[in-house]
Design a protein around this ligand. Sequence first.
Ligand SMILES: NC(=O)c1ccc[n+]([C@@H]2O[C@H](COP(=O)([O-])OP(=O)(O)OC[C@H]3O[C@@H](n4cnc5c(N)ncnc54)[C@H](O)[C@@H]3O)[C@@H](O)[C@H]2O)c1
Length: 307
Amino acid sequence: MAGFLEGKNIAITGGGAGIGKAIALAAAAEGANIVVADYGVSMDGSDPSSEVADAAVAEIEAAGGKAVAVAGDISQFDVGEAVVAAAVDNWGTIDGVVCPAGVLRERMLFNMSEDEWDHVIAVHLKGHFNVYRAAFARMRKQETGGSLVGFTSGAFTASTAQPNYSAAKGGIVSLTRSAAMTAASIKLRGGPAINANCIAPVAKTRMSENVPFEIETGEPGDIAPMAIYLMSDAGREVNAQVYTVVGRRISVWNQPEELRTMWAPGDQWSPAEIADMLPTTVGQEPNPFIADLERRMADMAKQEGQG
Ligand SMILES: NC(=O)c1ccc[n+]([C@@H]2O[C@H](COP(=O)([O-])OP(=O)(O)OC[C@H]3O[C@@H](n4cnc5c(N)ncnc54)[C@H](O)[C@@H]3O)[C@@H](O)[C@H]2O)c1
């Protein structure tokens, strides 16, 4: 039986470890040729090594698949181009890109250094731009189009210890939705079908090892089927979505939209009029992260009271 990605050429950043590697192995097993793009760094982005990408390529080849390695730093514009070119030069097209490459440099906002901010934004957000840009430029000229699969996180809504990571992950959602809109307008004009979606995964890897509280989690291999589906012909109609994937659970996120409106009684609002009307009209929306924090603090206080 033909695989779900039979004959497709797929590039996977961070394809040498964790979730990216699980996707690389599973996509190869579904018939895809794989570019393993991995800088082989430690979790904070230091100590690069080409061995990580090479080892994943060897594993795919040992299982009977085809793969090539690109061991560059995905935050560099020309590495995005090199990753996509590796698929096109070796096999003729780029049919899908998946972008799980990532690092963590955790610090509260008020203690964060400029380098901690810049590095995390560069690897996650610019890394996505670099790959998406190079891939989209080719996909719009291919009759068969293609797929962009971004990697965000539930932390895109907010994260106290990772404001840099949260901002990058929010940026990835907006970048992916922008790519999806461009793809939709190309398709409406009779062009090729391109889809762009994000996965917010949770899985046991070195990155999730240090979460200081219990979370719902699963294995890196649990994430791969969704990435494969989104890049397959069967998933091509799915566009502009964010899906949480963890263990056996897949959930879709809502699309941001305005909920309530209030109008100035005169030509322009005064601050006093806003103070008067806002609490009883447009009001505020509950923030799930703050609500969760309140719940966890209350649980801790209860446990301490019992102990
Ligand atoms: N593991 C989780 O529970 C979890 C939760 C939410 C989001 N995520 C996201 O899923 C993605 C994969 O996470 P993971 O847990 O598999 O991480 P991981 O640390 O196991 O793997 C990340 C890979 O990215 C590579 N990488 C890092 N910087 C790079 C660079 N500049 N250029 C190229 N490659 C680089 C590393 O070498 C490594 O192989 C990440 O984007 C992460 O933010 C993971």
